[in-house]
Design a protein. Structure first.
Length: 258
């Protein structure tokens, strides 16, 4: 099954695109392919959920209260268990993920009774479900587009827990698609103030072989003013197997960090 082809056709169908003949043909194919029909239902549920979310403008105080509640929830999850479309669908999913989180703020101002508590629990559950969806996309080895979506959603996060960081680092170091690795690097760059992220980026420089990723990683480490990579940059400039463009970037990095 060509996952990317089906995703594209189904998304166009759900967005009301395509001629009547094309839409009828897709419906017929879905009725005959159980796996494709399952994918159709999953995408339809995600898009319906996104369409139901209202755009909110929470106050700064409510935002602070929400961030505190979310961090507490993440801490609880870490102590118990650790399990969890660049196209219009990317922004639909990413925006939907953030809007569902913003919806959590509503619970603080609806009222002070049991109804508020019930809605708060439901919204927390939706946040976790969307988080799990993001991690599942990042781990989808059969679809580079799905992994790209997962990385794009991770990029929209204000903070990232240990599990998300680990998955992004693994994607940066091991993903077979260069564009996905670059996107993972960009997402990790947002969290570079975290020591575990900084150390992971430094370590990654010793294993990266893709020239495009190497250059982007060197630029990021220099921007972070990470002098701990000077020795590694020096090795890169002397490595006969390294491309000239990468050596040049490493040399410029040495000059800026020295």
């Amino acid at each position: 099954m060509d996952m990317e082809m089906w995703e594209s056709r189904i998304i166009d169908y759900l967005d009301g695109k395509g001629s009547a003949e094309e839409r009828t043909k897709l419906e017929q194919e879905l009725s005959q392919d159980a796996e494709a029909n399952k994918l159709f239902e999953q995408l339809r549920e995600v898009m319906l959920a996104m369409d139901k979310v209202s755009v909110l403008e929470p106050s700064s105080q409510l935002k602070m209260e929400f961030d505190k509640a979310l961090q507490q929830e993440i801490a609880v999850q870490k102590k118990t268990t650790k399990t969890v479309f660049f196209s219009p669908i990317v922004y639909r999913v990413a925006a939907g993920f953030l809007l569902v989180m913003a919806g959590l703020v509503i619970g603080y101002e609806i009222n002070k009774n049991q109804e508020r508590e019930r809605e708060l629990v439901e919204l927390k559950q939706q946040v976790e479900e969307n988080r799990q969806l993001m991690l599942a996309m990042l781990d989808n080895q059969q679809s580079a587009s799905q992994r790209m979506v997962g990385v794009s959603v991770a990029y929209e996060l204000e903070t990232a827990d240990d599990q998300i960081v680990q998955v992004l680092v693994k994607t940066l170091n091991e993903d077979t698609n260069s564009n996905v690795r670059l996107a993972a690097l960009e997402a990790l760059g947002k969290f570079s103030n975290e020591e575990v992220v900084r150390q992971s980026l430094i370590k990654s420089l010793t294993t990266q072989k893709d020239p495009v990723v190497q250059i982007a990683l060197i630029q990021l480490l220099v921007k972070m003013k990470e002098k701990g990579v000077l020795n590694q940059l020096e090795k890169i400039t002397k490595d006969a197997s390294t491309m000239k463009a990468v050596k040049d970037e490493a040399h410029k990095g040495i000059l800026k960090l020295s």
